[in-house]
Design a protein. Structure first.
Lengths: 115, 89, 256
């Protein structure tokens, strides 16, 4: 159980995010739940790349040749964190426009297109 | 070090549920900022300083800032509409 | 499909998906044991081949530089989308109505204390300097273009918090911010094309690698890191300005 503990936490966070999307009454609440869904992938990637007793893969003050954790998954996560924020900004711009045209922020009332 | 990692993962699981169950959107933004800081701490404990720096600047500061700006803009427009309705009466 | 039925359906499916996932996750290698060969290979090679001490940034900007080019264009197109959506629209009747009435005052009545104003205005310079340091030292210590860009872009918000709205508007709405965003993205692609001119594949490291540990080392990694820093700064400043544009214009109309 302890050997696979982070994988279970990743699944739990993913399902929490989906629960938020299904249950939400406000469009911004839905966008924030989408953010939480995206952070579950960081937990999974981090768990795959970790090595017990490993150092950080930065050789500014340690000599190359020591045992380190995996740097490739860190490179994947690094750009992902910054790009996610911009994509959420785009989604929020759509929410602002929907509120402007529709007049409401409930997802159920915005169902039919007008005009 | 492993015990710290296990405790942080449990705290992340609890925080995810807490954010999703919050109803008011402004409260959720503050909780999102705390969640981002927890993630930055987890990245640091798991020996990834680059990603921790990224997460602190983006996930705990820039992302809640943008959500707050969107909420402020929507509230501003609602107050404008209400002011116009009152003036018309 | 009403709410309760939707929630029940979600719980049933979540149980099913969770059970299948946990049964499958039990077969993965245990946490803390890293078996894959590529991480160890790159950690052994990156310092000697590229003279860069930060292995993660060497992977991001050199070994997998093409993926980072794609991610940067995701950022670019997302900012373009935000600017297109939130552009102020010139309608006919609506604008005349809004300009004739008196704008209401939306400030709250509490005044900002002077200590906060002085402190946040003084921190502006330090923030910009720290962001430039992080963005240009990406190949030596944790940092790089993405992190440094966000730190510099968060500095004008300090001016907005200190209620210095005029300085904030002048910095953030200057047309050179849009130029820098396109310039940063284009310079990354140009650095890749320079390698093509010499005869090497796209995005090869063709600038001479210096001594390990210097600021001007590891060839194109430092150049690409700075370009990405410029672009991310401009992108976040543009997004902030688009969201705040209506509120800023109304405050300017109030005062003037």
């Amino acid at each position: 159980m302890l050997a696979h503990y982070p994988y279970y936490v990743a699944a739990w966070v993913f399902l929490c995010g989906m629960y938020g999307i299904v249950r939400s009454r406000h469009l911004v609440h839905m966008v924030i739940s989408l953010t939480i869904l995206q952070t579950s992938t960081y937990v999974l990637l981090l768990a795959i790349g970790f090595r017990k007793g490993g150092y950080a893969p930065i050789f500014a003050d340690i000599s190359p040749g020591v045992v380190t954790v995996d740097p490739i998954v860190q490179a994947l996560m690094l750009t992902d964190v910054v790009v996610e924020a911009t994509v959420i900004a785009l989604l929020l711009a759509m929410v602002v426009k929907a509120h402007e045209k529709g007049g409401t922020t409930k997802p159920e009332d915005l169902r039919y297109m007008r005009g | 070090m492993m015990i710290l990692g296990i405790g942080l993962l449990a705290l992340i699981a609890v925080s995810a549920l807490a954010i999703v169950r919050t109803d008011d959107v402004t409260n959720q933004v503050i909780a999102l900022s705390f969640y981002g800081l927890l993630f930055a701490l987890m990245f640091f404990v798991f020996q990834s300083p680059d990603v921790a720096l990224s997460q602190v600047t983006v996930g705990a500061i820039a992302l809640p800032l943008m959500v707050m700006l969107a909420i402020t803009r929507m509230k501003h427009r609602e107050e404008l509409k209400r002011h116009k309705e009152e003036k018309r009466k | 499909m009403n709410r309760r039925f939707r929630l029940l359906l979600f719980f049933a499916s979540a149980l099913g998906v969770g059970a299948i996932y946990c049964a499958g996750a039990g077969n993965m290698p245990p946490w803390g044991v890293y078996r894959g060969p590529y991480g160890d290979v790159i950690v052994g090679l990156a310092v000697f081949e590229r003279h860069a001490t930060d292995t993660v940034n060497a992977i991001t900007y050199d070994y997998r530089g093409f993926d980072t080019l794609g991610e940067e264009f995701i950022l670019f197109s997302a900012v373009t989308g935000v600017m297109l959506l939130l552009r102020p629209q010139k309608g006919g009747k609506k604008e005349k109505e809004e300009s004739q009435e008196n704008p209401a005052s939306f400030r709250d009545s509490a005044a900002l204390s002077e200590a906060v104003q002085v402190f946040t205005t003084a921190l502006f310079g330090f923030s910009v300097l720290f962001g430039i340091y992080i963005a240009t030292h990406g190949q030596l210590t944790p940092g790089g273009g993405f992190q440094g860009g966000v730190i510099i872009a968060a500095a004008p918000m300090l001016l907005y918090i200190a209620e210095n709205t005029e300085a904030f508007t002048r910095i953030v709405s200057h047309p050179i911010v849009e130029f820098f965003e396109g310039f940063g993205a284009a310079l990354y692609a140009i650095v890749g094309f320079v390698a093509l001119l010499i005869g090497a594949p796209f995005l090869t490291n063709v600038i001479p690698l210096g001594k390990t540990g210097d600021v001007f080392s590891s060839g194109t990694i430092a150049v690409i890191s700075t370009c990405v820093g410029v672009e991310v700064t401009a992108a976040f400043i543009l997004v902030t300005y688009e969201y705040l544009r209506e509120i800023l214009e109304r405050e300017k109309k109030e005062e003037g």
